[in-house]
Write a protein that binds this ligand. Sequence first.
Ligand code: ATP
Ligand code: MG
Length: 257
Amino acid sequence: MADHSPSVPLLSMQNIHKSFGEVDVLQAIDFNVTDNEIIALVGDNGAGKSTLIKIITGVHPPTSGDIFFKGQKITKHSVSRSRSLGIETVYQERALADQQTLWRNVFAGRELTRKFGFLKVKEQRAETQNLIRKHMGFTSKAINTESMVLSLSGGEKQGVAIGRALYFEADLIILDEPTMGLSLSETKKVLDFVQNIKDQGKSAIFISHNIYYVYPVADRFVILDRGRIAGEFCKKDISQDELVEKMVRLARTGSLN
Ligand SMILES: Nc1ncnc2c1ncn2[C@@H]1O[C@H](COP(=O)(O)OP(=O)(O)OP(=O)(O)O)[C@@H](O)[C@H]1O
Ligand SMILES: [Mg+2]
């Protein structure tokens, strides 16, 4: 459930600028995410998509501009602060530790402990089992709490990372190219996991170069072009083909229209 007024966006970025040295990478960005909304953030290589999400997740401070989460202005932003506010990021790589079991990965850095720091191993295994069933929807019988992450497919790894974010009750899950390097069937799995985020009442920002992947799961499309927001469209106002056409036109002419 939302713990802020429904009229307040979950995330609101206002007039965000970001420069690296002399180079302006983001300019005058106004960007909102509402409750239970899946946003597709699209745009060419170097448009500034990853930089924008790194500002949300506290990796980079904005050069100027304000960020509000659940109506509260974020000051002194950092990666751990964004996590504690309920923002989780799922990357293609580096999300999980390959040489560890699934249950250890789920609780990495957030272990359930008893007094004196003893690990609640049994509880962590049981919770992971629950998570595999409830949030990950794995169909493969080969997967259980003791599975080594190394043995999971790329799509399944993304599923663990997304399931973990849901378990820790992230309100906003950010996926930066989560389907990169995955086969079609693996991509389908990841898209199902994104749908799961929506079904659980949470929100997501999904970055992808492939409109065909994001179109079915997204509610709104935000197009970033050379550091600026070139346009935004709600799904009801634009078909998949029209959106692709606009992206092609933008790449060719520098304008959406
Ligand atoms: N730490 C940094 N220092 C200097 N320049 C950077 C830094 N990070 C990103 N940039 C520059 O900012 C611009 C935007 O990069 P960003 O990674 O945000 O693009 P992107 O939209 O995610 O691209 P892609 O689709 O290729 O992932 C690029 O020109 C990039 O070179
Ligand atoms: Mg990027």
